[in-house]
Design a binder for this molecule. Structure first.
Ligand SMILES: [Fe+2]
Length: 225
């Protein structure tokens, strides 16, 4: 039986974002101002979405874990503080590129990539730990419905424009079966407009063959199956 992973959809989204930004940074010629600007936008979005995600966990997930395992919750809260510190270093490296003149920008680009790799390595390990340790504790102490309630409160507290970017990366980062499951949950509980907007986004974002396959599976899969 497939093990429930409460973090899967959002973490796959964040991993895809991490990898895409890493690839963009590697391919960017930082002496080109427009190319550097596009890379910096991607870095800023990456930091913003990771900070938002950590804040959600601090507010809605860790307190639930702390009720039963306070030392574990404290350990993850400290990891989030360390993540924030690494993110600040990355942001400083990005800002150094913006103020550098053309001659200095290439060197600043190298430093930015080093800072980014630290951020990427830390977050890959951090998310893996959450999917093993925090996920097991949530399964031990709470029902699936209770954890889904926490996730619902996270969605409710997220500004629409940030939620739009998270949905973008969730569509790009998850496999078809998990995307179908996610969209079925949305169809069952969210307004029709939310579901339709997600489908429009999927059509615009996914390669045609992938979108056609996803649409087929949504048509043949009952919402409450
Ligand atoms: Fe986290």
């Amino acid at each position: 039986m497939k093990r429930t992973n409460f973090f899967l959809l959002i973490h796959q989204a964040l991993r895809r974002l991490l990898f895409d930004t890493a690839q963009l940074l590697q391919q960017t010629d930082f002496s080109n101002e427009d190319a550097a600007s596009a890379a910096l936008d991607a870095v800023r979005e990456t930091i913003l979405l990771f900070e938002t995600h950590a804040a959600h966990e601090d507010r809605y997930i860790l307190p639930a874990v702390a009720d039963y395992e306070p030392s574990v919750a404290d350990c993850f809260a400290r990891e989030h503080a360390e993540d924030h510190r690494i993110g600040c270093e990355l942001l400083a490296a990005a800002e150094a590129v913006t103020v550098a003149d053309a001659a200095a920008r290439a060197g600043c680009g190298v430093a930015l990539q080093q800072a980014y790799r630290s951020f990427l390595a830390f977050n890959l390990q951090h998310m893996d730990k959450e999917e093993r340790i925090l996920n097991d504790l949530l399964l031990r102490y709470y029902t699936v419905a209770q954890v889904m309630g926490m996730q619902f409160r996270i969605v409710q507290s997220t500004p629409p424009w940030i939620h739009d970017r998270i949905a973008h990366w969730m569509l790009l980062g998850n496999n078809e079966a998990d995307t179908v499951q996610w969209l079925k949950t949305v169809a069952a509980g969210a307004p029709q407009l939310t579901y339709d907007t997600l489908l429009q986004k999927a059509e615009a974002l996914l390669p045609p063959a992938r979108w056609a396959s996803l649409r087929r599976r949504l048509e043949i899969t009952p919402v409450f199956a």
